[in-house]
Design a protein around this ligand. Structure first.
Ligand code: AMP
Length: 595
């Protein structure tokens, strides 16, 4: 490993090992993020062997946070954000208060100072953006009402933490620490001393307000203008660059000039962009990078972790974990229920917030720098973060298991308060689709009761036309589709649907391939289609498989894997054009590949 290229080494080792351990985790049916964390522990300073640069890994992870929040902003409008404020603001504040009290209690039992208790409690009260957003995305919940509440809640927490980060140095003296932190964290956030506490609060809030106003007044005009201009140049490369530059630039500027967090800045950049029609394209452009960098977030967390601290800190770690997973969840649960939301919503919000992450590390770092928090506090926060992140997918699984029971209960009680059909076809209890009871790709899925049916995969330009014809002919069929927007359309058309990637075994099995007569692959990716053909053949040797392809190589690939008929799109387009020109369809034999 070359020693003079630490950035490259960190990216290569981080992504490479994350891939290997993520794939291993997947093999053993554990969430891949556990694999990413393990990869982090391995390249971290606490285990022998290669040690990546923790500072660099952290910064790379921040890029992941920026891109994730930017992506979420793209799905949000100001209206969406304001629509959840009635629950998100009190919810987050009460939850922060409760978790802080619990944390302070534990700190008192450990014999720490009051200031330590405050920092420790605050650090336990704030959920990780990355963990929460990934969980929501995986379950396609960002655009449902629950998802909005969770994101709104997160944003309030984020603002509270921005405030905490600037207030702590000002208050350190009063709390028994030392006024000036000797850590890099405070550099970005510190305010000139001598304003008093309310002065500091006032200046911070004024800066946040100034940022919001600048974004809404200037950003709203300038950003769409830049995008339209770049789109006109016709250069895809420039467009991509514009999207990235705006997301990163606004986030960085927000942090440097206004003292707002990077995540919040990115969220606003995304929200402003979502007002322009180009937003969807923008979202797609930032996608691959976003996934890669958010993986690095887990690696960087793993790097900080010392597995041996688990032994030396036994019960305090368990107590910390209990506060994060049980205490915080309970508070959130009670608040959401108190606001009249259904049980399932309350559980989902509690589960998504039952973890801590990046903000907690920053707070811990600052607390130690201000001599408020003992080193042990930081170790507990780190261990609590790792364990709660690992446990988080289990919390969602637990909800999935409880769902049938919950729905039975909900059906018995009066109609729910939350009856707004905001989201796609993933809100339970609203659609008569197989997917209605579960959003997870690896959770238990109810199977369709259809038999002798056709399974249509993909409902885009090709699949929707095929589906319409099948419906017209009154043939029994169902559709497997994984795009939220399309799922909403299927729901509107009243077609039975399995949501998710058809290449996923559980998803595919829910469509009852054993009992199906026909499989119609209307998706563009021949690699994925090939996997599905193999799976279908294994389940049902007699099934008739019709697939879609876009090149002769794809036709061959799909036939080789067992497709009965492969329709090559471009050839059909050519035949259509020739027919238009000559007035009759050319014979099949005019295939170029036959020559
Ligand atoms: P089009 O190319 O317009 O026919 O659209 C293809 C459709 O197939 C889109 O709606 C995709 O969301 C969907 N699709 C692509 N791959 C998969 C997959 N592996 N599983 C389920 N749906 C898919």
């Amino acid at each position: 490993m070359p020693h003079d290229t630490p950035l490259i080494a960190t990216i290569v080792a981080g992504l490479g090992l994350a891939f290997v351990f993520g794939a291993l985790a997947n093999r053993f049916r554990i969430p891949p993020l556990v694999g990413y964390l393990v990869a982090g522990v391995l390249v971290g300073p606490n285990t022998p062997g290669f040690v990546a640069d923790a500072g660099l890994a952290n910064e790379l992870a921040e890029i992941g946070v920026i891109l994730l929040m930017f992506g979420v902003g793209l799905h949000f409008s100001l209206k969406d954000l304001l629509s959840v404020r009635a629950i998100a603001v009190p919810g987050a504040i009460v939850q922060i208060g409760f978790a802080t009290a619990l944390g302070a209690g534990l700190s008192w039992m450990l014999g720490w100072s009051m200031g330590a208790g405050l920092v420790f409690g605050l650090a336990l009260s704030v959920a990780s953006t990355v963990v929460l957003l990934r969980a929501l995305q995986e379950r396609r919940m960002i655009e449902t009402e629950r998802g909005r509440i969770a994101v709104g809640w997160l944003i309030v927490e984020d603002l509270a933490m921005v405030l905490a980060l600037v207030l702590l140095p000002a208050l350190a003296g009063v709390l028994g620490g030392q006024e000036q932190a000797d850590t890099h964290v405070s550099g970005m956030l510190s305010l000139p001393a001598g304003y008093g506490i309310w002065g500091v609060v006032g200046i911070t809030l004024a800066k946040v307000a100034a940022f919001v106003v600048v974004m809404l007044v200037v950003g709203r005009r300038v950003i769409p203008w830049i995008l339209h201009y770049v789109a006109h140049t016709g250069s895809r490369e420039l467009f991509r660059l514009a999207v990235l530059a705006i997301a990163l630039g606004v986030a960085f500027g927000a942090a440097k000039l206004f003292g707002v967090s990077l995540a919040l800045g990115a969220f606003f950049a995304g929200m402003i962009m979502s007002e322009s029609e180009l937003s969807h394209r923008a979202a797609e452009e930032s996608l691959p990078l976003r996934d890669a960098f958010s993986v690095l977030f887990f690696v960087s967390v793993g790097m900080l972790f010392d597995p041996f601290s688990l032994i030396s800190n036994g019960w305090p770690i368990l107590a910390t974990l209990a506060i994060i997973v049980i205490g915080k969840s309970l508070a959130a649960f009670v608040i959401v229920i108190a606001f009249g939301y259904p049980l399932a919503t309350a559980l989902m919000i509690s589960a998504s917030l039952a973890q801590i992450g990046e903000f907690s590390f920053i707070l811990a770092e600052l607390g130690v720098g201000l001599k408020l928090l003992p080193e042990q506090g930081r170790d507990l926060i780190l261990a609590g973060a790792i364990l709660s992140i690992v446990l988080n997918p289990l919390m969602f699984l637990a909800i999935d298991w409880m769902k049938p029971w919950l729905e039975a209960r909900a059906a018995k009680t009066a109609p729910s308060v939350e009856a707004k059909p905001l989201g796609p076809a993933t809100e339970p209890g609203q659609v008569a689709s197989v997917a209605a009871t579960t959003n997870r790709e690896d959770g238990p899925r109810p199977r369709t009761i259809l038999a002798n049916h056709a399974i249509l995969i993909g409902y885009g330009r090709v699949g929707s036309l095929v589906g319409a014809a099948l419906k017209e002919a009154a043939l029994p069929f169902l559709v497997i589709e994984d795009a939220d927007k399309t799922l909403a359309r299927l729901k509107a058309d009243g077609i039975e649907t399995v949501s998710g990637n058809a290449a996923n075994a559980e998803v595919f099995a829910a469509a009852n391939p054993e009992g199906a007569r026909r499989l119609i692959l209307a998706i563009p990716n021949a690699f994925e289609a090939g996997q599905i053909v193999l799976r279908a053949r294994a389940a049902n040797p007699g099934i008739n498989v019709i697939a879609r392809a876009h090149s002769d190589a794809e036709v061959e690939h799909l036939k080789g894997l067992g497709a009965d008929t492969v329709i090559m799109g471009e050839r059909e387009i050519a035949r259509g054009i020739v027919e238009e020109v000559l007035g009759h369809k050319p014979p099949e034999a005019s295939e170029p590949s036959a020559a």
